[in-house]
Design a protein around this ligand. Structure first.
Ligand SMILES: Cc1cc2nc3c(=O)[nH]c(=O)nc-3n(C[C@H](O)[C@H](O)[C@H](O)COP(=O)(O)OP(=O)(O)OC[C@H]3O[C@@H](n4cnc5c(N)ncnc54)[C@H](O)[C@@H]3O)c2cc1C
Length: 545
């Protein structure tokens, strides 16, 4: 990626075929698809790339076992098609960035023969719908085998378990990799650039977006022939800017997650808790060296703060502990995060749990704004394909077929599971750091570590005990447009998910490097560190830690 200043300069001087608003999964997917089809494309993001829902997911690439259950019990063909499409997209996501995504075996504990049969049949159906995109066959594990693999499971009444496959990924890094691939293909991207209004032609069509530069406080305009609203939970706001008073379409649902040390359960298997008090499922899955537990589902408004409350953490632990021999407690929590699901409201009477995770591409006839609403991470590529097909039709351009299904993301070139060994040999780093870099950056890890040739100090960990190294901070600023301490610690390195304690301790070192790279004054550096440390301290306090 270009530096922010260079990108801004280029964007102000140009005019584009397409302006994508929103730098989450949907926007990054749309921008890449459009650029690869030959549309001159710019993407603007109000905060940091992936700062909202797209770094707050359960990190599963899935068709949705629960949605399949709904499809069957409610005889809902629409839901069935959503699951089928997601299972096709699951395979594409895994193939296009193997360093960021992997198949995962999940286990469903069953406490009666009836439950065993129920889930056995359900998972066979899930396999069957996957067709040639099947990852591996689901299977029944006896009570003995289940307890051997997952000794933390409550043995009383356990009848056995059903193991089935889905995918798992690093959502924030997948988002960054999409944007790296997009800019490498010639696209322009800018973070901390918020759309605050539009300028219309005499016929009422959008011709320019008014942008607030979050760093300088100045405003500028972007000229484009078409505008895609890919702002996820915020989409109604952009629809309102294009057509004031438009009927809102989204219903928002908050989902919270907590992370615990992986050794708090003596197993590296992923667990699906099939039934909670409010009829949901909960996942407890190993992710980046931690046990990720989530999620809740609570209808909210845009004004609600995305933080995990103590009660939410306790709810998640209570549901999970029913299945565990040795209960987990709140003091073991190392971090947490919450996000907003952008669900398209098709029927006001239903709760958010029941709304289909499908997407819709809407064209506003008066302004021409194209909005991509709803969907989920797993289907970001299919959503983008639909949106860019629509954009090409709106622009009356000859239809160029979508090629993202087979376009591997930057970092995937010649990557293999043992690529980390090359990093150990070539750069003399620890196995832990090599594995970490290989999975965060793919083969781009070489470029990160090349920074250490002139400055070997950059091989030092960001904070004691962490696999992340200081070179990632420099790389994040120079090549990934990281602008704040949180951009680095949360989304570029993932340390904030791994441990709030470590994240807080890392802030001074990260701030010092960023100050050098970005020319911060000593006061700016001090304020940036303080702001980040206070934010994390507050999150810990709210969790009662
Ligand atoms: C708790 C939870 C768990 C989930 N788990 C999964 C899962 O396991 N698997 C799965 O497939 N899906 C999952 N999802 C769904 C998935 O995360 C979302 O569907 C997806 O991330 C939405 O991406 P998006 O780009 O549409 O929205 P976002 O990621 O929210 O991006 C929208 C962006 O638009 C920006 N923006 C807003 N206003 C403006 C403006 N005026 N100008 C410029 N930019 C603006 C925002 O800053 C934001 O970055 C989960 C969702 C939640 C909440």
């Amino acid at each position: 990626m270009k530096s922010r200043a260079t990108a801004l300069n280029g964007i102000e001087k140009s005019s584009f075929d397409l302006c994508v608003i929103g730098g989450g999964a949907t926007g990054a997917g749309c921008a890449l698809d459009a650029q690869l089809r030959g549309l001159k494309t710019v993407l603007v993001e109000a905060g940091d790339f992936a700062c909202a829902t797209s770094s707050s997911s359960t990190k599963l690439i899935h068709g949705g076992v629960r949605y399949l259950e709904q499809a069957i019990t409610e005889r809902d063909l629409g839901q069935y098609h959503v699951v089928k499409r997601a299972l096709r997209e699951r395979k594409i996501m895994l193939d296009n960035a193997p360093f960021l995504a992997n198949p995962l075996e999940l286990v469903v504990p069953c406490f009666s023969r009836r439950e065993l049969y129920y889930f056995r049949i359900g998972m066979k159906l899930y396999d069957w719908i996957s067709g040639r995109n099947l990852l591996f066959q689901s299977r029944l594990l006896s009570r003995e085998e289940s307890l051997r693999r997952m000794p933390m499971l409550k043995p009383d009444r356990l009848a056995g378990t059903i193991a089935y496959a889905d995918g798992q990924f690093d959502d924030a890094r997948y988002n960054i990799a999409l944007l790296q691939t997009f800019t490498k293909s010639g696209g322009e991207a800018l973070n901390y650039a918020r759309v605050t209004g539009f300028i219309k032609s005499s016929a009422g069509q959008l011709v320019q977006a008014r942008i607030h530069n979050g760093l300088s406080g100045e405003y500028f305009q972007i000229r484009a022939k078409a505008f895609i609203n890919a702002t996820g939970p915020f989409a109604d706001g952009i629809r309102d800017l294009a057509r004031p008073g438009v009927r809102h379409r989204l219903r928002l649902s908050k989902g919270s997650h907590i992370l615990l040390p992986l050794d708090s359960v003596a197993s590296s298997d992923a667990l699906l808790v099939p039934k909670t008090d409010d009829g949901r499922v909960i996942f407890a899955i190993p992710w980046c060296g931690r046990l990720l537990v989530g999620t809740t589902d609570e209808e909210i408004t845009l004004q609600d703060e995305m933080i995990v409350r103590k009660e939410e953490a306790e709810y998640l632990l209570k549901q999970l502990n029913r299945y565990l021999d040795r209960p987990l407690n709140r003091n073991q929590i190392v971090s947490g995060f919450a996000g907003m699901r952008p669900l398209v409201a098709s029927n006001n009477a239903r709760g958010t749990k029941a709304l289909i995770r499908d997407h819709e591409v809407e064209v506003d006839s008066s302004s021409g704004l194209i909005s991509v609403l709803g969907g989920k991470w797993t289907t970001y590529r299919a959503m983008a394909e639909d949106a860019i097909d629509t954009a090409m039709r709106c622009l009356a351009m000859p239809m160029v077929p979508c090629i993202t299904g087979k376009h591997r993301l930057t970092g995937s070139e010649k990557w293999s599971a043992n690529f980390w060994e090359e990093l150990v040999r070539a750069y003399g780093i620890s196995i832990e750091t090599a594995r970490h870099l290989s999975h965060k950056f793919g083969t781009v890890a070489r470029a990160v570590l090349d920074l250490t040739k002139d400055n070997p100090g950059l091989k030092e960990p960001i904070v004691e005990g962490s696999a992340s190294v200081l070179a990632e901070v420099v790389y994040g600023v120079r090549e990934e447009m990281a602008t704040t301490i949180e951009d680095i610690i949360a989304r570029r390195t993932g340390l904030q998910f791994y441990s709030w304690e470590q994240a807080r301790a890392a802030a001074p070192a990260v701030g010092a490097i960023m100050a050098g790279e970005l020319g911060w004054t000593p006061n700016q550096q001090k304020d940036a560190v303080e702001e980040y440390v206070n934010k994390i301290s507050r999150l810990m306090q709210l969790m009662g830690l």
